[in-house]
Design a protein around this ligand. Structure first.
Ligand SMILES: [Zn+2]
Length: 138
């Protein structure tokens, strides 16, 4: 089953798998940044959100929401942060990272009152207008 090895999803061990459906698998994340950090991934080797089918997207979000709700009830989790980066792995997946009641909020570490933290190119209004126009035209 493994086309590229090692593979985040193809190499999952049974002990880490939380739930499987026809198209997605949910598992405790191998390199969890905190307890309860799990992923929901498509089973096919399709790396980006744009590559997965609408059925896979619906199934992925449905399973993620179901497990997030369960974790929030069973583990006294306030909420989950959902993250999809996809720079490395062959399977599109989202990370579901729990935030406990006493955990600091993640937002201020990512966003500042003036926008995204870090160095980004200056916003060009004509580029924004072009992007929005293009997106609306489809
Ligand atoms: Zn794989």
């Amino acid at each position: 089953m493994t086309e590229t090895s090692p593979c985040l999803v193809c190499d999952l061990g049974d002990a880490d798998i939380i739930q499987q459906t026809d198209n997605v698998v949910a598992a405790y994340y191998t390199n969890a940044i905190k307890h309860g950090h799990f992923i929901v991934a498509v089973k096919r080797h399709v790396p980006t959100f744009g590559d997965i089918t609408p059925d896979e997207a619906a199934e992925l979000l449905s399973v993620a929401q179901q497990l997030v709700k369960k974790s929030e009830t069973l583990n006294a989790v306030e909420k989950h942060y959902l993250v999809a980066i996809g720079d490395v792995d062959a399977h599109f997946h989202i990370h579901c990272i729990p935030k406990l009641v006493d955990d600091p909020k993640l937002g201020p570490h990512v966003m500042s009152p003036n926008g995204w933290r870090g160095t980004l190119p200056a916003r060009k209004e004509e580029s924004v207008a072009e992007f929005v126009s293009t997106m609306k035209s489809v």
